[in-house]
Design a binder for this molecule. Structure first.
Ligand code: ADP
Length: 297
């Protein structure tokens, strides 16, 4: 499975580009789509799930082109929208069974087996008789992914998957997605949470102002930030100055002051050392430097 996006543009009423001349290849496995609010991620997701037509350009799912083969492409898709919610009266099992019926699974016995297997897989079998709307936030998300997967889709699109989840649920949800990605599928994760991508995706794209800023492996983006991440030991007074001057990634209180991580090419006179970047540092580095140059180009 492969998705190919060619010269894609989306202009909303009023004339501004939400997607501008986007060319992107999405290979099999987990693919992270990262970008700040307003970058165009939701617009791209809506186009990919056939809810919205682009202004121009083409999208191919293998050899199927989106404007010509909407039905075929829809049958390959599973979608978990950000604001996924369900019919309040249904039990967890009934909800998934209903989703399976909607997706065309008519044979009762086969459907029951599929629903039970899926409940096991997402860790909701024990909760199968609970009302779906009484599940915890993390469990609801897992039920959401179960309904997106029940029809064996080839492409699964998940919008802001971990927003609002507590850390434990977030990790569990990420692990679940990683297990699924071992199959011959594409999972696209659209997020502004860097940790969702660094812990799961082998490939990613960075969008900003509707344009592609980077695509490749997260490690490649991280490499670009080498030499630009510093750990500074700062007094209280220095900390306040540093906060004004540099993008601060993290602070830890220590005896007599703070240990501060900043992204900058140099730290003029402060006491500190360079450290190895991670994806979060790299994202900030990219947004601070490259994107400024690139959006002025
Ligand atoms: P993201 O999901 O990355 O936050 P969006 O795709 O929602 O980005 O938005 C991209 C741009 O398109 C933003 O500038 C946003 O204001 C604009 N936009 C989104 N939806 C609409 C709409 N329905 N009408 C007009 N402009 C829109």
């Amino acid at each position: 499975m492969q998705i190919r996006i060619e010269n894609l543009n989306k202009i909303y009423k009023g004339g501004s580009y939400a997607i501008k001349n986007l060319n992107l290849e999405i290979p099999q496995g987990m693919f992270g789509l990262l970008g700040p609010n307003g970058a165009g991620k939701s617009t791209l997701m809506r186009i990919l799930v056939t809810l919205m037509k682009p202004t121009s350009g083409k999208v191919y799912f293998n050899d199927y082109e989106l404007s010509k083969h909407r039905r075929e492409i829809r049958s390959m898709l599973g979608y978990l929208p950000q604001d996924f919610s369900f019919f309040s009266k249904l039990k967890t099992y009934e909800f998934l069974d209903y989703a399976a019926r909607l997706s065309g699974m008519k044979n009762g016995a086969a459907r029951r087996t599929a629903v039970e297997q899926m409940l096991e897989e997402v860790g909701l079998f024990e909760a199968r008789d609970r009302n779906a709307n009484k599940l915890s936030g993390g469990m609801k998300r897992r039920l959401g992914i179960a309904q997106a997967l029940i029809n064996n889709p080839k492409v699964i699109i998940v919008d802001e998957p971990t927003t609002g989840l507590d850390p434990e649920e977030r990790i569990r949800f990420r692990n679940l997605l990683s297990t699924i990605s071992d199959r011959d599928v594409i999972i696209i994760l659209s997020t502004h949470i860097v940790g969702d991508i660094s812990s799961t995706c082998h490939n990613m794209a960075l969008l900003n102002q509707g344009k592609l800023a980077f695509t490749g492996a997260p490690e490649e983006l991280v490499k670009e930030a080498e030499g630009n991440v510093w750990q500074i030991l700062a007094t209280e007074k220095e900390y306040l100055e540093i906060n004004e001057k540099y993008p601060v990634i993290s602070t830890i209180p220590i005896d007599g002051g703070w240990e501060v991580q900043v992204v900058a090419p140099e730290i003029n006179g402060y006491q500190g050392k360079q450290i190895a970047p991670n994806l979060e540092h790299a994202y900030v580095h990219f947004m601070e430097n490259k994107l400024n140059q690139w959006s002025n180009a």
